[in-house]
Ligand binder design. Sequence first.
Ligand code: AMP
Ligand code: MG
Length: 417
Amino acid sequence: MNSLISVDAALNQILTSFRLLDIEDVSLDDAFNRVLAEAQFAADSLPPFPNSSMDGFAVRAADLHAAPIRLRVIGDIPAGKAPQFSVQAGEAARIMTGAEMPEGADAVVPVEVTDQNFRQTGELDLPDFVQINQPVKSGDYIRPRGEDVQAGQRVLAKGTLLGAAEIGLMAALGISRVPVIRQPRVAILSTGDELLSPDQPLTPGKIRDANSYSLATLVRQYGGIPIRFAPAADSIDAVRIRFEEALAEQPDVILSSAGVSVGVFDVVRTVIAEIGHIDLWRINIRPGKPLAFGQVRGVPFFGLPGNPVSAMVTFDVFVRPALLNLGGRGDDALIVEAALERPIRSDGRRTFVRVKLRRDTEHGRWIASETGTQSSGALSSMVLADGLLTIPEGLVETSLETLYSVRLLRPIVQGLP
Ligand code: AMP
Ligand code: MG
């Protein structure tokens, strides 16, 4: 298998293995960043009763045409108490923000336009009379029943990604548990005799395992639950044990990094040949190229390249769409078009260039410059990058006039145009 297969062909084939996961119920405390599995309807109206939007006096607007005028104060309505009386002509009731409007009243007069500015005076005793200095219109400072939401209304569509407003609204509507798509469980394995954990001191010939941490973080970022394993040595037994440990966690996906170029890959391949099957592809992508995909006892398996940047980029291109499919999440990748600061030569593979972006206000466009070394091992270049600029396959020379797509890796603090 010497020819390179295209990114799109590989991705299409991969995505046929990923369907929406099943549903689970979670409490609102656990609902953040989850995907709603069923539309939600309002059992009650919001607000459930007409209430005052100000501290003041509930009145009959018709009484105030000749304001200033004195009204008899017949009662107090604090928030949380249903009024037990109705307001008749010539009467008013003191009312607090959020308290239910009494029968008979059709407007609220804010306390500031009365002679009872209890907020300033601190005087809390209910007065016998209140002087109202200005007229109000019927409906003033009243939030009608159902102003926000009508009972029976569909408030959230299936597939909604739940954030603060959605969760707050469900709380207001008494929806305390919510059906969401289960999060994909992703086992993350790394292989290599050279790998140490971050807490181990460096010894000759060794490096620390970066990939299982960056990949676990990406899994989290796209809504999955990472199950990270310590690095396995490059031996059939060690790798087999790791795969068995991973399978015992009942993952929806298994990710491994490294050992997919040549030689050592045989270890992973031998193990997978026993318990599953695997396709090894040389993909028309830089960084990346070698990618293994298959399944292990029915669980989809990705073997990503070992170089830390290649692992992250191939995750973004191949694993991320698979996780979005499993989790029912829409693709929220932000793409901007940018001109290159300096020309870049490509080898004709689809190339992802780590770039920093700056705004060229004169021409109203983004300018992309490379973040130093593009070595596929240089993680610091990912730290510096605002995004990945794509040079399409087949292109060797870039032009400064052409705009290229940049997939943003983080929000750009200076803001989009
Ligand atoms: P390999 O695919 O095993 O040939 O690995 C390619 C490169 O990636 C080598 O330089 C490895 O040392 C490096 N590498 C492999 N796994 C990791 C890892 N988990 N963290 C950091 N670097 C790694
Ligand atoms: Mg290796």
